[in-house]
Every structure is written in C-alpha cells, then in structure tokens.
Design a protein around this ligand. Structure first.
Ligand code: MLT
Length: 273
C-alpha cells in the first residue's frame, strides 16, 4: 500500500487488529524483512511496516526540503509518526526496530514517548558511532558512490546472519541478498550519513518508562549481544531474549522463536495497559 504524507509517498504494509505494532526495518533492507512477523502477529495486533525513505517502494525525493544528506534518525521517526497520523492511529503503539530500525525506535521514543506503549529493540544498540565507526561509514559511502548497491550488498551479506544460517538456510541467504540488492544508492548513502551522525541514546535508557523487549541473536556478527545485555541492564522494565543460532536477523533466522517472544510481550502488554 502507498500513502502520500507531507509530500512523501510512503509505502507500507498494514494487517490485523488490536494494539498497533510498528515494525521499522534495518539497513539496507525494506519492509519485507517483517513478513514472518506480520503473518503471525497480525492475529493479535495491528501490524504496520513502512519502507523507510529510499528503501523498498518509498522513494527518496531527489529534490525538495529534505535532501539525502539531511536524513537523520529523527527524520525517519517523524516519517513513522506522520504515517501513523495519516492512518488515524492515535492509540499508544509498540515500536519494534531492528538494528538501524532500533536507532529510529529510540529516537521515536525520545520525541514521541506519549505515543508509545512498549518498545522492541532487536539486534541493535544504544550508543553512537565511535570515531573509527564514522570513518568506516565514510569509506562505505565512497564504495556505494563508486560501485553501487551490489558492492554494498556483497560486502554485507557474509556478516548479516549466523555462520550456521549460511550452511542450513541457503534460500534465506538468497532472499536477504535480493532484499539488499533492491536498495538504492541514495537511500544507502542517506542512511549511512544518518547513522554516522546519530546521537548517543545510552543516557535515555534509564528513563525508558515502558516495557521493552530486547531481542538479539547470540551469533550476531555486526552488533555484539553484549550491547543487548547492556541495554537490558539499564532499562527498568526490560525483558532480554538471546536467540540461539541467529545472527543479525533473528526474526528471519529464527522466526518461530522471535514470533513467540513478540507474542508473549504483546499479550503481557495488553494485560497491563
Ligand atoms: C543495520 O543493520 O541496520 C546496520 O547494520 C546498523 C549499523 O550499521 O549500525
């Protein structure tokens, strides 16, 4: 589905009824990341999954008030809020983000806490990029400019999942390669710049007043599960789930277990709100 919101054509999926559950994808992916979750969770929640600017079917406006260089976690969070408003969703939502989607979820929480009933932080972390990390972003931006999406996708593919997933789930590996291969160069560059300049959310964690599910693959090669443990220790109402035989995409590598944890979290939340 597509909707025009504040000059942006936003593509999104929406299915189910109940508590709104917003799924925010990571980099350089798109909303199809969440298909196994929408299939399952739409039985108990109203699942909404947008394509972020420059990914999937949401174009990155080439000109206009917001150039790719000006993308930020706050802007992606604003896009999410505007989508919810356009869909007349006023009830507090559960915000679930994977990796960069988690950075956006934290930014959404910082700006629009009154719209949140719960958080799901998947394969993500709270801290900002280190100086070395920022330098690496610049190198990746240069590769994207010079060699295009395929080079980025080939660089990332061997690190996206757990070593065991490459051996046992070749069809999933192809699916992820295809998803990354669909990203546009401006979308990739815009999100790398946005991630590079994102603020540190560590100090936010102790003030998160809502139940938060932290879910992380034990074999995540991109973001260590130590980051998940650190967030869980700081957030007052945190539930930590470490997923075995999963890397950076636990929701695709272990969909049943991920859906079980999500469903348990939503059910608990429905009882308490
Ligand atoms: C992601 O999966 O969204 C990114 O790898 C996160 C990052 O590069 O920091």
């Amino acid at each position: 589905m597509q909707i025009q919101v504040a000059g942006l054509i936003q593509a999104y999926s929406a299915r189910g009824e109940g508590i709104p559950l917003l799924f925010i994808h990571g980099y350089p992916l798109n909303r199809s990341l969440w298909e196994p979750q929408i299939d399952s969770l739409s039985k108990i929640a109203c699942c909404i999954a947008p394509d972020l600017r420059g990914f999937g079917e949401t174009p990155l406006p080439a000109a206009g008030p917001v150039a790719p260089e000006a993308l930020s976690m706050e802007l992606y969070a604003d896009d999410c809020l505007q989508l919810l408003d356009a869909l007349n969703i006023t009830r507090p939502i559960v915000v679930a983000g994977l990796s960069m989607g988690g950075y956006i979820a934290l930014s959404f929480y910082r700006k629009y806490q009154q719209r949140v009933a719960g958080l799901v932080l998947m394969a993500t972390r709270a801290d900002a990029d280190t100086p070395e990390g920022r330098q690496k972003r610049d190198e990746t931006i240069n590769i994207a400019r010079a060699e295009g999406t395929q080079a980025i996708s080939s660089m990332m593919l061997p690190k996206m999942m757990a070593p065991i997933t490459y051996k046992t789930k070749p069809e999933l590996v192809s699916r992820v390669a295809k998803m990354m291969g669909g990203a546009t160069v401006p979308g990739i560059i815009g999100s790398l710049q946005a991630m590079k300049s994102r603020s540190d959310s560590s100090s936010l964690l102790t003030s998160i007043a809502h139940p938060t599910l932290i879910l992380h693959g034990i074999d995540d090669q991109l973001i260590s599960s130590v980051e998940a443990e650190t967030m869980a220790a700081a957030i007052p109402q945190a539930y930590l789930e470490l997923v075995p035989a999963a890397g950076h995409l636990p929701n695709l590598e272990q969909p049943e277990l991920t859906n079980h944890h999500l469903s348990q979290f939503i059910t608990r939340l429905n009882v308490s709100i």
